[in-house]
Design a protein around this ligand. Structure first.
Ligand code: PLP
Length: 392
């Protein structure tokens, strides 16, 4: 029987052993990424949605090794900036496999992307549509619809997309310009655990496909964005449940003319592939009567754990010396090493650890493969960005 709250709920005994071996003698904090798991995630998604073209969202974990590995597997890439475009091209990925998915783009960056061969763009505004038509003529454009995304653990939606009525008008105008209104896109919010969000989004797509057909505009594709969850403290359905329902929603709304499907996994592709290793800098209390024990780690909001803002993402965290048989636990507040009072990871949600933790002990923060490395500050308080290693 596996202990309810133990590292072995997430990793195999072999994996834990390998990681503990790897950690020896290395200065913390750092991230270890297991490429085998990335491959597994890719294969799993590909087999569950064989009809979908996968565009890995590079921003989730932009390590060259990961991008290269996914390229070999046949993945395409969702890039957010010309810098990610340059990275992919440098790694030998042809521009036809890139989608410039950020609706917020400088004019010069659109021109640069076009010059480099990028012919697929996402947009959500008339301003951007005009710039794409001017600086990336003849390109395919996906129009992003806005969604509430309210119940995602890391909502992304409010900033991006436009109301379906506005998208409708945009596409009508775009159809008279020198670009191809290719389809629609959306993002249900990252770490979206609610399957119903996709149902809602796909119905909007169906409505727009039909409405535009009346004007002889035939949209071809739907980009389902990201949002599939990875495994943190709070449980989610397994990936196959999400893909099964999403497939069903698509089939119900598009029974005859099934559109080309794109999907842009970030978190679900790399989240469970990383383990952050940190050290306890100090353990203290604020007064003699303080019932709260503060545990300060050498990793915090500014070097890897920014998604703990509002305690949004709750990573599984384990003490290196924890044993399966530990019974005597205590609650603690977890904070980072910088001089910024925002650098507290978890205060409302108190993690429980076995008693006996000491300064210098290591802590393993699991499921940190996504949105950690790419979110590190550069020398805030002098702390360098976290190092990252590929587990061989
Ligand atoms: C961030 C992002 C993704 C990845 O989302 P996840 O929730 O990490 O899977 C996909 N598409 C776009 C346009 C994004 O901005």
């Amino acid at each position: 029987m596996k202990e309810k709250n133990s590292i072995y709920k997430y990793l195999t005994t072999k994996e834990v052993k390998k990681i503990k071996e790897f950690v020896k003698g290395k200065e913390t904090p750092f991230l270890i990424v297991n490429p085998k798991k990335v491959e597994e995630n890719y294969d799993n998604l590909h087999s569950l949605m064989p009809f979908a073209k996968i565009y890995y969202a590079v921003k989730a974990n932009p390590m060259d090794e990961i991008v290269k590995l996914l390229e070999k597997k046949g993945s395409n890439f969702d890039v957010a900036s010309i810098y990610e475009i340059d990275q992919c091209l440098r790694l030998g990925i042809p521009p036809e496999r890139l989608s410039y998915g950020n609706p917020i783009k400088k004019v010069e960056h659109i021109a640069y992307a076009y010059k480099k061969g990028i012919r697929l763009y996402a947009t959500d505004s008339w301003e951007d549509v005009q710039e794409i038509a001017k600086h990336a003529p003849g390109s395919k454009v996906l129009f992003r619809i806005i969604l509430e995304g309210g119940n995602a653990d890391w909502p992304l939606s409010r900033k991006f997309g436009a109301h379906p009525d506005m998208i409708y008008q945009l596409i009508l105008k775009a159809s008279k310009m020198n670009i191809i209104p290719y389809g629609l896109s959306f993002h249900v919010g990252s770490q979206q655990r609610d399957i119903g969000s996709w149902d809602n989004a796909i119905s909007f797509c169906k409505y727009l496909f039909d409405a535009l057909k009346q004007h002889k505009i035939k949209l071809k594709a739907i980009n389902l964005g990201g949002g599939f969850p990875t495994r943190y403290v709070h449980s989610t359905h397994p990936l196959e449940t999400y893909t099964k329902y999403v497939t069903r929603f698509l089939q119900e709304d598009f029974p005859t003319d099934f559109p080309e499907i794109l999907i842009e996994p970030g978190r679900s592709m790399v989240g469970n592939c990383g383990v952050m290793v940190t050290q306890i800098v100090m353990i203290s209390r604020k007064s003699s009567l303080d019932r709260n024990k503060w545990v300060y780690l050498d990793a915090g909001k500014f070097n890897g754990l920014i998604e703990t803002i509002d305690e949004s993402i709750k990573y599984p965290i384990f003490w290196e010396k924890a044993k399966k048989t530990d019974r005597n636990t205590e609650k603690v507040i977890l904070a980072g090493p910088t001089c910024d009072s925002m650098d507290i990871m978890y205060e409302k949600y108190q993690y429980k650890f076995p008693k006996g933790m000491k300064e210098g002990d290591k802590m393993f923060i699991l499921s940190t493969g996504a949105y950690t490395l790419s979110y590190c500050s550069v020398y805030f308080n002098g702390f360098p960005p976290m190092k990252a290693y590929i587990l061989k």
